[in-house]
Design a protein around this ligand. Structure first.
Ligand code: ADP
Ligand code: MG
Length: 483
């Protein structure tokens, strides 16, 4: 047993998701990624004196959507609060957030681990707030530049209980968060562009200990993989310190992705006192049960519900279901496809096999795929009727069809001469021919050289120009030889 096995890791995650609203949290400025710097900045965003914030109704709707999806309690009376600090990319000198009255409390997200193990991650709270602008340190060699386009962008902060126990669990949790917000259409979940950000709080303690250890907060991970790497590094660093009898400093650390380590940013001992107080420029927002019900009525089917439908109703494996659900657009394609065929398994194989490979090779997303799901259903029908082999369908027909999406499936299969010979009378004649041409080999077969079966099958297959159904052909040849 290694010394590391004596310890247990405790992790809580704080995620910020940028909402896909058209406008900002408290102003009508456009909220978009990649605009020319400092173009979406009215006097409200710039924090000019005398300007007043107005709450974005759509942001409330998005928070309620998420709250319902994670089974949280949704608060009726929502107050906003000022969090005061001075920074160059925070023109007002304070952030309008929620302090004592987060819009959602409680709820949970189920993270899916290896081997079908599920981990329930309880949520502490979800609250609404606004983003700050962006300081750009690496464009000008001498100066830091400030882009205030992002200032005022609506955010939801999702805080978990200290329920996670490993980097792998954190990774799985984040995967679920991203999937959920994408299905809900409230955030694009793009961590590289910063629309989903995550800080990890990490501590270690001896297994069986009642109290948590001192926690360290790690920031600046720009991918799920890096969150996991940062956590794994921290676990080892903290256990090493404890083993050496050294204290763990309560601090904020940053992740260095190049070297795979964390380094100290600032100590929490002299942490900011933000002097939170109720935002005097905003009335509380009331969320009624009636409103919650109306949002609930318009909620899309969520990944967990789809998983149940796929595995229970369509009898797909957990693996297939997980793969299909991963991306909302792929699941939508599959859902459309199975309106036209009830061969659910084959439909899943087609989406995850030939369709996915075709798109990957061309760096396309499924939304850019021009072939209608019905056409895939037509292919499946042809295969199931025995008129088309799987190999001919995936290797010849499908790529041709994908490039000519308007052609009829059966016509194209005929055009390509792929319709296979499943007429057993005709086949039987060809088999009889082949056998009568090789009496010596037939005798050898009958005296025990059963390996010759393949040779006869090959011969007949050649005679059909490869169009015979291989399974049927095999069976017929065998029967004929053994007569
Ligand atoms: P802070 O006051 O430092 O912001 P919070 O109590 O608000 O700390 O918790 C922030 C996050 O840290 C939450 O996700 C919480 O679950 C997590 N957390 C709290 N205590 C610990 C701990 N001892 N170890 C790991 N994570 C923790
Ligand atoms: Mg906190």
């Amino acid at each position: 047993m290694s010394v590391y096995d004596k310890y247990e890791t405790v992790i809580g995650l704080e995620c910020h998701i940028q909402l896909l609203t058209k406008t900002k949290m408290y102003s009508s400025d456009i909220s978009e990624y990649g605009a020319l710097p400092n173009t979406n900045v009215s006097v409200v965003t710039l924090g000019h004196p005398g300007t007043l914030p107005v709450v974005n109704k759509r942001a409330i709707e998005f928070a309620v959507k998420l709250g319902i999806a994670v089974n949280a309690d949704i608060r009726e009376e929502n107050q906003f609060a000022r969090k005061n600090y001075f920074y160059a990319d925070l023109p007002k000198g304070y952030q309008i957030t929620q302090d004592k009255t987060p819009i959602c409390t409680g709820g949970f997200i189920i993270a899916k681990l290896k081997d079908g193990i599920e981990k329930k991650v309880n949520l502490t709270r979800i609250h609404m707030e606004e983003d700050a602008g962006k300081s750009l340190h690496d464009i000008d060699p001498f100066e830091t530049l400030v882009d205030l386009n992002r200032a005022g962008t609506p955010l939801l902060e999702i805080v978990t209980e200290p329920d996670l126990r490993s980097g792998e669990e954190a990774y799985a949790y984040l995967t679920e968060v991203r999937k959920l917000v994408r299905y809900l259409d409230i955030c694009d979940g793009n961590m590289e562009e910063g629309s989903l950000r995550c800080d990890a709080n990490i501590s270690v303690r001896l297994k069986g200990a009642k109290e948590f250890g001192k926690k360290v907060e790690v920031k600046n991970m720009n991918s799920f993989r890096n969150v996991q790497r940062a956590i794994d590094f921290e676990i080892k660093r903290q256990i090493d310190l404890v083993e050496e009898g050294k204290p763990i400093a309560v601090e904020t650390r940053s992740f260095d992705a190049v070297n795979g380590l964390t380094f100290s940013l600032r100590s929490k001992e002299n942490a900011n006192d933000y002097r939170y107080f109720p935002e005097p420029d905003l009335q509380p927002v009331y969320v009624t049960q009636e409103y919650i019900n109306s949002v609930k009525a318009n909620l899309p089917v969520l990944p967990d519900q789809l998983f149940t439908i796929y595995t229970k109703d369509y009898k797909l494996s957990d693996y297939d279901a997980t793969q299909l659900i991963e991306l909302k657009e792929v699941a939508a394609f599959y859902n459309e496809l199975i309106k036209h065929t009830s061969n659910y398994k084959s439909a899943a194989n087609w989406v995850m096999g030939p369709v996915k490979a075709f798109l990957n090779e061309r760096a396309l997303t499924i939304s850019e795929f021009t072939l209608k799901p019905e056409k895939i259903a037509d292919i499946i029908k042809l295969i199931d009727s025995g008129a088309l082999s799987n190999a001919a369908a995936s290797q010849r027909l499908f790529p041709e069809l994908a490039n000519n999406p308007d052609k009829g499936v059966e016509n194209l299969a005929k055009e390509l001469d792929l319709i296979q010979n499943s007429n057993s009378d005709e086949l039987q004649n060809l088999i009889n021919d082949a056998l009568s041409k090789n009496p010596a080999k037939v005798a050898e077969y009958k005296s025990g050289k059963v390996g010759l079966l393949g040779m006869f099958v090959g011969e007949v297959m050649k005679a059909t120009k490869g169009k015979a159904d291989p399974k049927l052909l095999n069976q017929l040849v065998k029967e004929t030889l053994e007569k």
